[in-house]
Design a protein around this ligand. Structure first.
Ligand SMILES: [Zn+2]
Length: 74
């Protein structure tokens, strides 16, 4: 079964990154008052020798984080 779109837990490179988002075109949104959206998680994965930014679903965050912690320990 080739499940290439879902490689967890297999962090190739880097670390789990966290990002808070602010709309650039929504002056009425709460983020305009400093309440940013998120956090959104992403990681960089190596695919065919190239780095890709891949978003991590909220549900997968603990799994990815554990995988990185495990690798760091080795
Ligand atoms: Zn917003």
């Amino acid at each position: 079964m080739n499940n290439a779109g879902h490689l967890l837990p297999n962090p190739a490179v880097g670390a789990l990154c966290m990002q808070w988002m602010r709309h650039s075109n929504k002056p009425g949104c709460k983020c305009a008052q400093g309440e940013l959206h998120g956090p959104y998680f992403y990681q960089f994965v190596r695919v065919g020798g190239r780095l890709h930014k891949r978003y991590v679903r909220q549900a997968d965050v603990p799994q990815v984080r554990a995988a990185y912690a495990e690798r760091r320990r080795l």
